[in-house]
Design a protein around this ligand. Structure first.
Ligand SMILES: Nc1ncnc2c1ncn2[C@@H]1O[C@H](COP(=O)(O)OP(=O)(O)O)[C@@H](O)[C@H]1O
Ligand SMILES: [Mg+2]
Length: 314
């Protein structure tokens, strides 16, 4: 068994004259949770479909579980699980019928399907709902059923394409527990998301923008490598006004709003603290808290995407 579950080399996809995925390279280690991050249209789904041997690459290649996506597409497909962005479940079938259907698609025997069905019902917490029509289930239930169906045949590598979009935050957290359980069993999980805070749950991450990889590493490495300046968090009931005042200052390197907080990246913490207090007081903007914080991955990604925008504007 190779040490890397996935090895991607110059993988490229062009649709006519448009390049959706542009010479990307990365490796995914066996058993890890690998996050594939990027905004809508960045090229995540196109990459996944090439890695699942569902879409031919225009250039470059990849090995998935040791099999080349161009040379041995059928071997690739047999050894992976894939949960597409649209959850590919049959809405008019019952929960049980969907499981049976996917079991047959993967070529499992009747008895294997029975055993795996019990497992899916348990992990997806769907016991008692076997006869429910899938279309009547809420997003969170469908999502877990879709994951269960994608791993019925015990693949060693699974691709999850935006599994948490359209699912409420509570269910999203539970879904990540499920992903952790799979990883603990040695399954390699490549997951895409546009919820940046979910990247914190991954062992390694890459960030893709307009088909190109912008950065990669563990969450810790990314924070360490890209965020060198102190970040101050300003809590205020009027963050918009606070931001408008602060971002004009030459010492405020970067400002961004996170709900009722403002993150300000600065050169000199002591100086900036004093100036922020002065500016807010002078403008009658209440400030309930002012703290230096550990950067989040969102700070890192905002910084990186900002750099990209500046580059393409130049
Ligand atoms: N079959 C296709 N034909 C033409 N353009 C496509 C096709 N599939 C995707 N694209 C384009 O490629 C880009 C990347 O899409 P996609 O991989 O779906 O992004 P993501 O999953 O990151 O949101 C988008 O601009 C999208 O419109
Ligand atoms: Mg997509």
């Amino acid at each position: 068994m190779p040490t890397n579950a996935i090895e991607v080399e110059n993988l490229t996809k062009r649709f006519g004259s448009f390049t959706a995925v542009d010479h990307i390279n990365f490796e995914v280690k066996q058993g890890e949770i690998f996050g594939f991050l990027g905004a809508n249209g960045a090229g995540k789904s196109t990459t996944i479909r090439m890695l699942c041997a569902l879409l031919q690459s225009s250039e470059g290649t990849a090995r998935v579980g040791g099999n080349d996506i161009n040379g041995a597409p059928e071997r690739v497909k047999e050894n992976i699980g894939y949960m597409s962005q649209k959850f590919s479940l049959y809405e008019d079938l019952t929960v049980e019928e969907n499981i049976n259907f996917y079991g047959r698609v993967y070529g499992l025997t009747y008895w294997d399907i029975q055993k795996r069905k019990e497992w899916v019902l348990q992990i997806a917490n769907l016991r008692g709902r076997e006869k429910s029509i899938t279309g009547t289930l809420s997003g969170g239930w469908k999502q877990r059923l879709a994951l269960g169906c994608a791993v019925l045949h015990r693949p060693k590598i699974v691709f999850l394409d935006e599994p948490t979009s359209g699912v409420d935050p509570m269910m999203r957290r539970r879904f990540w527990e499920l992903i952790n359980d799979l990883s603990a069993e040695g399954v390699t999980v490549l997951v895409t998301t546009h919820f940046l805070e979910e990247a914190e749950y991954c062992n390694d991450i890459i960030l893709i923008n307009a088909g190109k990889i912008v950065a990669g590493g563990s969450p810790k490495e990314l924070k360490h490598n890209y965020i060198k300046n102190p970040i101050l968090e300003v809590s205020s009931d009027n963050v918009i006004e606070a931001m408008a005042r602060i971002e004009k200052e030459p010492w405020a390197i970067e400002t961004s709003v996170f709900g009722t907080h403002l993150h300000v990246s600065v050169e000199d913490e002591i100086f900036a603290r004093a100036r922020i207090r002065e500016i807010l007081a002078a403008n009658n903007i209440q400030c309930s808290q002012l703290d230096r914080i550990t950067p989040s991955l969102e700070d890192v990604f905002i910084y990186l995407l900002d750099q990209e925008t500046k580059k393409s504007a130049a």
